[in-house]
Ligand binder design. Sequence first.
Ligand code: ADP
Ligand code: ASP
Ligand code: MG
Length: 405
Amino acid sequence: MAIVVQKYGGSSVADVTRMKKVAERVMKTRAAGHDVVVVVSAMGDTTDDLLALAKQVSPNPDRRELDMLLTAGERIAMALLSMAIRELGGDAISFTGSQSGIITNDRHVDARIVEVRPFRVEDELARGKIVVVAGYQGVSYRREVTTLGRGGSDTTAVAMAAALGAEYCEICSDVDGVYTADPRVVSGARRIGTLSYEETQELAESGAKVLNAQAVEFAKEKGIAIYARATAGPLPGADPSADGTVVRRHPPRMPGTVVGVASERDVIVLHADKDILGLDILALLDEHRIAGKQLHQAGGRLTLVISRENLHEEARLRDALVARFGNAVRIDDQLGALSVVGAGINASFENVRRGSEALTAASIPPAGVSTSSFRITWTIDRSRLDDAVRLLHRTFIESQRPAVP
Ligand code: ADP
Ligand code: ASP
Ligand code: MG
């Protein structure tokens, strides 16, 4: 029997009624003749709530203790889902990340999976069981419990799919696939039937929450097909791109086509003056285990975007920057990042010009712009981010019908 890995996100298991619906969908998959491994996220806003609780106790919560706390969310969900499946007559067993053999490095709060040893999962599948795995968590070589960064259940699912040689990895959510922009923000956003790994990775890194960037990186490395689908929708049929999004190796699209617009609201932008050494700042960030993106250094000046997603010790970071560099480092807390994504979109400067002109004409002047072969990112006033996403969606996508295939 082919193994299928299914991941259900937090909104899909937010309450007991939804949890039972998920159990029914798992049973249907089993009845269709598959061996099923289910990866589950914490219920609803549990992770946010646990984080808020930690912040009440400590403004800079210890990373190891945070992992101990946050992993509890998925542990609750896995046990309840396993019970719900058993209630429907399925033979389910739940495992934590550690029991499932998800081995990570020891970078608490945003650990990376280095190896999967799914022996217990394989044994239970061989016994005919449905295996429910707690997403978002692993164990380091030092036997410490770790978490994989926000949205990390997707990564657990893809890593499990790769380790088990699954036929595909289904990522089930409250949305029926990857859209040309967040459908909650852009009413005219359209579902994209097929995406390459590279396009999806860039969209995810630009803030499109529907798939986790590290999960896509993993899928690309191991050649795993990802089906992004609605939990409330049907199981994948003969053509899963007809009612969901299929991410796999695809022949290139016409170069220069913008496939999607994404934004990231919760960022801080760090600026450093000429008279300090940029490398010293990067060393300080490494000491604090903080990753940045869109690093730009020229003429001694440095600009860096830091995502707040996995930054839980911001107060400590700010204090350390002031103590070490004084006024030479400035943190801008008013900006957000706005990106358009597509292969070859920077072959000429046409797309950068078009986007910048549209933003300026709409009185959303870009504070900065950076490009790579797959992406253009503007930093703009955070309060205008949703307007800007709608604007660039109109400029690059709605004006370019027919739809992206
Ligand atoms: P889950 O809890 O299932 O992991 P997430 O909240 O992480 O779900 O991701 C799903 C959400 O991602 C959707 O509700 C949607 O608002 C948002 N989203 C942002 N960008 C996109 C996009 N390009 N396509 C689809 N959904 C998107
Ligand atoms: N529960 C975790 C989070 O909220 C992991 C996930 O949902 O993928 O980030
Ligand atoms: Mg998610």
